[in-house]
Design a protein around this ligand. Structure first.
Ligand code: F6P
Length: 554
């Protein structure tokens, strides 16, 4: 019986009900007191693996919480689900496919047979193809129409065909190979194309049209614009093939677009867009940092796959992070989760995790089509520290919402300037400390008195200075950002998202919700441009169409 066929109602499980009772008992729990009472708390609630160190001691948890959460994972059948994921069971049931991004990081020589085909040699064949291409470009052997080597690569793609590659290639900039700059073109907004193209020369630019479906409007429009631009810049039509390659599972469409078959890198329907940076969709990464670093990235992710499969849940990083998310979302009413990287190079991680998590777990029916009985994926948001401290952290500290946060910080900087990194690290730690400790009324009053304020002012100002504290966070510490550690970090979040989908019984690998907007977009476009008489279904949309048409009439 396939694993996904009969998802359990998680809220009916004994462990869920025990967690509900436990939540009530935890109402008065104070992290501050728990740390004061237990000198071992940090040790007990932290662990390391795959080059990452996770401190989850600043959470609203006790030993009992962890035990109950782990029990929940067992009762829901997580062990079996993990096996099903790695074995290639069709966990993406609504599309009848497995989700085998983990196959992309398996070392050569491994076997993974799905529907009678061993996938690992296919994966390594494409890796070899990527090695060949990156070698030719880095060695200046791939030439543009004027026989000059390629200096700039533009990845045309959106969603998973953009966010993962952009995160990784920019995060690993210290490992960049000389000579090739990578750029990203995602939005259909002509201003993005304009801004980018004014910085490029067609004769030394290679475009990668990166689209699993080769049917995504934004990508196809931008690819067409790039083609037109190349021709306008002087590239003869017969030489365009030197400037366009594609990564897609729809070879036919790429060929009809005009890309030569030998310049098309395959990808497979068993890799979801948001899980695809490990495939040839990662070409811009390989071009930015070289193939051996790309392989290091894969091996970092592979090490996390091993950790995820083989480590008891009590010490399993993705499992624990997922369960903590369930604890806050389902038992404490948290509706969002902040990702706060304290590292310039990781500045794009929030956007990648936003797609990874929200497109995966933004669902309200279970695998069998029945409505979920509890809330599912949270809003993922955040941004780079310290900048957030001077913007939205105020709400984290004193707002009325409970927002768990992940702080991510390397111990060693790639670019040490004076004592900047010490300050950056100190800021990261002090934020999680402030969230946890807060400031009591008594402390606020004492502080004001010490500054010599009269008692009337102390009483007036103190309420504004109280910081509730007891706000949870995880801190993930890396040695220094490297391909291996980044691979492990991204895979950690992939598995976290998967575990949560298993708990909620939903399909983490489809995304039907994005389709409706695409469909309606076509009809709105027709009305805007053809002046179709048939009015939109609602007055608001029609009014906005009329507004646009009024401006563009004649
Ligand atoms: O619209 C959402 C989406 O389907 C994502 O899931 C995907 O990553 C993105 O569009 C791009 O799709 P493609 O790679 O097929 O162009």
């Amino acid at each position: 019986m396939p694993y996904y066929k009969h998802p359990l109602d998680v809220t009916a499980l004994p462990s869920w009900q025990a967690l509900e009772r436990h939540r009530e008992a935890m109402q008065a729990f104070s992290m501050r007191d728990a740390f004061a009472a237990d000198p071992e708390r940090f040790k007990r609630f932290s662990l390391s693996g795959c080059g990452l160190f996770l401190d989850y001691s600043k959470n609203l948890i006790t030993n009992e919480t962890r035990d109950l959460l782990v029990r929940l994972a067992r009762e829901i059948g997580l062990e079996r689900a993990i096996r099903a994921l790695f074995d290639g069971e069709a966990l993406n049931a609504s599309e009848g496919r497995p989700a085998l991004h983990t196959a992309l990081r398996q070392p050569v020589g491994k076997r993974l047979v799905v529907d009678g085909v061993n996938l690992i040699p296919l994966v390594h064949r494409v890796l070899n193809q990527m090695t060949e291409l990156t070698g030719r470009i880095h060695d200046g052997l791939w030439r543009g129409y004027s026989e000059h080597p390629i200096t700039d690569v533009v990845n045309i793609g959106i969603g998973g065909s953009f966010l993962g590659p952009q995160l990784v290639s920019e995060a690993l900039l210290p490992f960049a190979q000389r000579g090739v700059r990578c750029h990203y073109l995602a939005n259909i907004d002509g201003s993005e194309f304009h801004d980018l193209s004014t910085r490029l020369r067609a004769e030394t630019t290679l475009f990668i049209v990166s689209s699993k479906s080769f049917g995504t409007l934004e990508t196809l429009k931008n690819a067409q614009a790039a083609r037109t631009w190349c021709l306008a810049q002087g590239c003869p039509e017969s030489e365009l093939y030197r400037h366009f390659i594609a990564v897609t599972s729809n070879t036919e469409a790429a060929v009809s677009f005009g890309i030569r078959k030998e310049n098309i890198f395959p990808m497979w329907d068993w890799v979801g867009g948001r899980y695809s940076l490990w495939s040839a969709i990662g070409l811009p990464i390989a071009l930015a940092i070289g193939m051996s670093n790309f392989k290091e990235l894969l091996s970092g992710a592979y090490s996390m796959d091993q950790h995820f499969q083989n480590t008891p849940f009590e010490e399993n990083m993705p499992v624990l992070m997922a369960l903590l998310g369930v604890w806050y979302g389902n038992f404490w009413g948290a509706q969002s989760h902040a990702i706060l990287p304290y590292d310039h190079y990781l500045r794009n991680i929030t956007q990648h995790l936003q797609q990874l998590d929200m497109e995966s777990n933004g669902k309200s029916v279970r695998q069998d089509g029945t409505p979920v009985s509890c809330s599912t994926g949270p809003v993922i948001w955040g941004g780079v520290g310290c900048n957030g401290q001077h913007a939205y952290h105020q709400l984290l500290h004193q707002g009325t919402l409970l927002i768990p946060a992940d702080f991510i910080v390397p111990v060693v900087s790639h670019n040490p300037i004076a004592d900047h990194h010490q300050w950056l690290y100190a800021n990261c730690l002090s934020q999680s400390q402030a969230l946890m400790c807060g400031k009591t009324r008594a402390e606020a009053e004492e502080e004001l008195r010490a500054k010599g304020w009269p008692e009337s002012e102390v009483q007036r100002l103190a309420p504004h200075k109280v910081i509730p504290g007891n706000r949870p966070s995880n801190t993930l510490v890396l040695e220094r950002i490297s391909p291996r550690r980044l691979g492990a970090l991204v895979a950690l979040y992939e598995h976290k998202v998967f575990v949560q989908s298993v708990i909620w019984g939903i399909n983490a690998f489809d995304q039907w919700g994005v389709e409706l907007g695409k469909e309606l977009g076509k009809a709105v476009y027709q009305r805007l441009t053809n002046g179709e008489e048939d009015p939109a279904e609602d007055a608001s949309t029609q009014g906005l169409i009329d507004y646009f048409r009024g401006r563009h009439r004649g």
